[in-house]
Design a protein around this ligand. Structure first.
Ligand SMILES: Nc1ncnc2c1ncn2[C@@H]1O[C@H](COP(=O)(O)OP(=O)(O)OP(=O)(O)O)[C@@H](O)[C@H]1O
Length: 325
């Protein structure tokens, strides 16, 4: 059984929007729209996608902060939303944009508080702290209040904080965001070492594809709350490259649509995805599908992240650097 397991997990937010003085309109946001995957113990997986794709919502469900509105989710056999405290002993979380450290306290005092909060046995705490201080070069920073630390120093401090209780799983949400090149390299080296020597399972969300390239053998691409790709990074070259997607909602579940000029990508119930060349007009394909199949809805999607990734990996270093800025 995979260590992290998601089975058609869904999170729908209901947003109320003011439309008049008193009138309010309800709208549903499908932040995560039926995602399934498994991550084995010791894997290091990249979880990427454009802004608003549903990455943070997935991580929040994996930590138990948010409860899924549908599907089944397990981490180390635990249902996160039901047993959040028990799960907290097994997971570590680092949000690049937010610190879990106490802003006004010296770094070491934050660690002492965590020692008590997580009830970490003294010897284990000492050992983990020493290792993190050594590998993340924190010695000089232990007496400095967190608000005085640079972003890179703070990030190293946060990573150490997430590891003091020896978690089996580490979720990292943008761990290198805003860091300079040297700090990024240091963080990556530490994570690689953590994964190989401790077998820590790592799920990494990032906009910096160099993180993925250097750390993850497997990458999942999420877009509009759905899993669009799950496989080796190298395989992304082929996906989405100069192709657009036709999303077809049929009246009922049917065998894969077979159309000249289109390639069947995948199906989920009555919904099917067809890829077609980006340079071709969508109109003839739409017309052909509409006349040949019982349709409820159709939409054309640009291959956002896939195209970006394909372009970046296919482009020169200069182009890549530009697109990372
Ligand atoms: N608490 C909430 N209430 C309503 N809508 C929300 C809430 N949280 C997230 N959303 C919406 O859900 C969708 C997915 O958001 P999410 O933060 O998971 O995306 P993301 O992939 O992490 O994006 P980013 O890369 O920008 O952080 C977005 O449309 C977002 O506006």
């Amino acid at each position: 059984m995979p260590f992290i397991e998601l089975d058609t997990v869904e999170k729908i937010f209901t947003v109320r929007r003011k439309t008049g003085l008193i009138r309010r309109e309800k709208r549903e946001v499908r932040a995560v729209d039926g995602i399934s995957f498994g991550v084995d113990r010791g894997e290091m997986v990249g979880y990427i996608g454009p802004n608003g794709a549903g990455k943070s919502t997935t991580i929040k469900m994996l930590t138990g902060i948010l409860t899924p509105t549908g599907g089944r989710l397990r981490v180390a056999g635990i249902d996160p939303a039901r047993e959040r405290t028990r799960l907290a002993q097994r997971i570590g979380v680092v949000f690049g944009q937010r610190t879990t450290l106490w802003w006004d306290l010296p770094l070491k005092d934050s660690y002492r508080l965590m020692h008590r909060m997580y009830r970490i046995p003294d010897a284990r705490y000492r050992e983990n702290l020493d290792r993190c201080v050594d590998l993340l070069d924190l010695e000089e920073l232990l007496d400095v209040p967190v608000r005085q630390l640079s972003l890179g120093q703070r990030m190293r401090g946060d990573i150490a904080a997430a590891l003091l209780h020896d978690p089996d799983v580490l979720y990292l949400d943008e761990p290198t965001i805003g860091l300079d090149v040297v700090s990024k390299a240091r963080v990556r080296e530490f994570l690689r070492d953590l994964n190989t020597t401790h077998g820590t399972t790592v799920l990494l969300t990032t906009h910096d594809l160099t993180d993925i390239e250097q750390l993850c053998s497997r990458v999942m691409v999420i877009d509009h709350g759905r899993l669009m790709y799950d496989g080796e990074l190298a395989g992304l070259h082929a996906v989405g490259e100069s192709e657009r997607l036709l999303v077809v909602d049929l009246e009922r579940e049917l065998p894969p649509i077979d159309m000249p000029g289109a390639r069947f990508v995948r199906a989920e119930g009555p919904r099917q995805w067809l890829a077609f060349p980006a340079t071709a007009s969508a109109a003839p394909l739409v017309a052909a599908v509409a006349s040949g199949y019982p349709l409820l809805d159709l939409s054309v999607r640009e291959p956002d992240i896939e195209a970006v990734i394909a372009k970046m990996y296919g482009g020169t270093r200069e182009e890549r650097r530009e697109s990372l800025m």
